[in-house]
Design a protein around this ligand. Structure first.
Ligand SMILES: [Zn+2]
Length: 311
């Protein structure tokens, strides 16, 4: 079995204003790290454009059209104070969502055991009717609904270890009994959501806020004592990961103090769970991570752990 790497050069053409942390250099750093010989065994695939009907399972058609209509012919347009679009942003957003959909298809077809989608714009802040927080469409939520619609997979879990709470995924999953969203994140921090008492309509949301500076030990204890037991109880048939690397101690936006080794460790725990309970089926998608060196190292540790699970 194999680990799949989905990306597309169009994801580099989503440009943001000078000095913006969510920049094309992030994706170049990730892809550069994955050029090392140890990653030669990855199955590398160019992400297709997401079909609109797949995005419509999360975002209303009117909202999709409104977002795409804001793509400027030149320069930048602003979705909100943090979120900008350039001429390449529309295709980048459709490739980012297309990557996770195609990765799900290939994992379900048995072409790969698991997958990492190195894409941008990220997705977990995008709510069904609101693009925000550097995110246009919610890639991972689209993948979850694609699994249910196309494969009759009933139970899907998303684990989100980005330093920020994924308000968009929480909103998309709120009323969905069979979609579980589990988030470790720093609190207080943008976007301000993610309290433990935000549980979803069916108790299907698990928020695990951590104080600034929590560090490796508290993170690992939280994963062992809360994330893994909830996954074991829910018994998902497919696991999706919102892989943000901005909880790293070097990150300029986060302050949780994680190390590169923590990303290899948490991925290894999720791979181990997935191999025991769901034939190893994981699709992971890049979310945040804004220190370029830390992002490169941590995403390499993440993919290394996915590959060791797929050996
Ligand atoms: Zn983040």
């Amino acid at each position: 079995m194999t680990t799949l790497l989905e990306s597309h050069s169009a994801c580099l053409t989503h440009e943001t204003p000078e000095g913006h942390p969510e920049c094309a250099a992030r994706l170049r750093a990730v892809l550069g790290a994955l050029q090392c010989p140890e990653f030669a065994g990855l199955l590398r695939v160019e992400a297709p454009l997401a079909p609109l009907k797949a995005i419509q399972r999360v975002h209303p058609e009117s909202h999709i059209n409104a977002v795409l209509s804001m793509v400027p012919e030149q320069g930048f347009s602003r979705v909100d104070a943090d979120t900008a679009m350039s001429p390449g942003s529309g295709e980048a957003a459709l490739r980012a969502a297309g990557a996770v959909i195609d990765a799900v298809d290939r994992v379900m077809a048995g072409e790969a055991e698991n997958a990492f989608c190195a894409v941008r714009p990220p997705g977990h802040h995008a709510e069904p009717e609101k693009a925000m927080g550097f995110c246009l469409f919610n890639n991972i939520a689209v993948a979850a609904q694609h699994l249910r619609a196309e494969y009759h997979v009933k139970r899907v879990a998303v684990v989100d270890f980005d330093v920020h709470h994924g308000n968009g995924t929480q909103a998309a999953f709120w009323d969905e009994r069979d979609l579980v969203y589990i988030s470790t994140h720093q609190s207080p921090l943008y976007p301000g959501t993610g309290r433990m008492d935000e549980r979803g309509a069916h108790g299907n949301i698990l928020n695990l806020p951590m104080r600034p500076g929590a560090g490796s030990d508290i993170f690992r204890e939280t994963v062992e004592s809360a994330v893994i037991p909830v996954l074991e109880e829910f018994q998902p048939e497919f696991l999706l990961i919102s892989a943000g690397f901005d909880a790293h101690q070097a990150d300029p936006l986060g302050g949780l103090g994680l190390t590169t080794a923590d990303y290899g460790w948490v991925t290894g725990r999720l791979v181990e769970f997935a191999r025991i309970h769901l034939d190893g089926r994981i699709v992971s998608a890049l979310e945040g991570g804004y220190d370029l060196d830390a992002l490169a190292e941590a995403s390499a540790a993440h993919v290394r752990a996915l590959m060791s699970g797929a050996a």
